[in-house]
Design a protein around this ligand. Sequence first.
Ligand code: UFG
Length: 340
Amino acid sequence: MRILLAGGAGYIGSHVALVLLEAGHEVLVVDDYSNSSRTAIGRVENLTERSVEVIDCDLADLTASRAALHGQQFDAVIHLAGLKAVGESVAKPAHYYRTNLTSTLNLLELMADHGVNKLVFSSSATVYAPAAEGVQNLDEDQPAGTGITNPYGWTKAMNEQIIRDIQHSRPELEAVLLRYFNPVGAHPSGRIGEDPSGIPNNLMPFVAQVAIGRRDRLAVFGDQYPTHDGTGVRDYIHVMDLAEGHLAALDHLRAGVATYNLGTGEGQSVFDVVQAFSDASGREIPYEIVAPRPGDVAKAVADPSKANRELNWRAKRTFAEACRDSWAWQSQNPNGYSAG
Ligand code: UFG
C-alpha cells in the first residue's frame, strides 16, 4: 500500500516509516517539523535503501493541506501528527485543542476527498480514567475519557470520539485506535531515536541525557507510591515493537472502529529504569528524590492481550534491549539530530 504517514518525521513516526518500508509499503510523510527533523527521514531512507516522499505541511491548515495533497494518491492514513507535551498543554490549552483536534478533522476530510477509508490513529494510555489506573493491568474495557488531568490527554480522548462519530456517519471507514503505553528505545542501529527539544519531559530521554552528561542528575518524582519500591511504575514498550503494532493494525483494518493497547504487560519502576539504563550504558545515573509530579499515577501497565490475540502482534523486545538501543542512539547522537 501507499501510506500517508502524518507526523512521520517524529520519534515514533520515523520508526513506523522504517517498518512500513521494510514490509514493502510506500510511504508519503506529511510533517510540519514543529517537533521533528528532516534528518530522521534521510536516515530512514539510508537504513532501508528506499526513498520517502515528504510533504512539508501543517495539517491544522486545511486549505494548505488540500493544496499540498492535490493529485496525491494513497490507500491508508497513519495519523501520528500532533503536540504531545503534557505540561505545555496545561499552559497552552487552546493551542493544543486547536492543533490536535483540527488536524484530525482535516485529515478525515482529506481522506473523504481522496476516497480513502483506512485509518490508524495514535492514541494514548492517558485516555484511561485515573481511578482505573494503579489498580491492575489496563484492558480496553476500562473506563476512558473521564477525569483526564491535562489538555493533551483530552485531545487524545476527543480525537478517539471524533473518529468514532465520523465512522458512524461513514460506515465504510475502517479505523484502529492504538493506545500507546510508554514508548522507549530506538532503532538498534542507533541512527534514529528520540530527540526531544529542550529539557525532556519523559523519563527515558532524561535518563539518557544524564548518562551522556548533558544533565547533572535525574529528579525522581516521588518514592512513596504504593509500588514495589515506592516510585512510579509504567509499561515501557520498545519503539520498534510499537512501530510493528502499526503494521499489524494496517493488516487487520475492517469497517468500524477497533481499539487496542500497545504495551508489554510488564511494569518498570523509576528505580528499575535507572538501574537498567546504568547497566546498558556503563554510566552512573545520579538522582535525587523530589515531590511527586501533579497528575501522575502510581502505576499504568497494559493488558495487551487483545492486540496479541486479534492483531497477532506482541511486544518481543526486552526492556534491557530498549535501554541498549536508547544508549546506542544517545551515545552516537549526543545532541540529537542537530549535529546533522
Ligand atoms: N519521572 C521521573 N522523573 C522525570 C520524568 C518522569 O521520576 O524526570 C517518572 C514519572 O513520575 C513517572 C515515570 O517516570 O512515574 C514516567 O514518566 P514519563 O513522563 O516518562 O511518562 P508518563 O507515564 O507520565 O507519560 C507518558 C507520555 C504521555 C502519555 C502517558 C500515558 O509521556 O504522553 O504516558 O500514560 F500521555
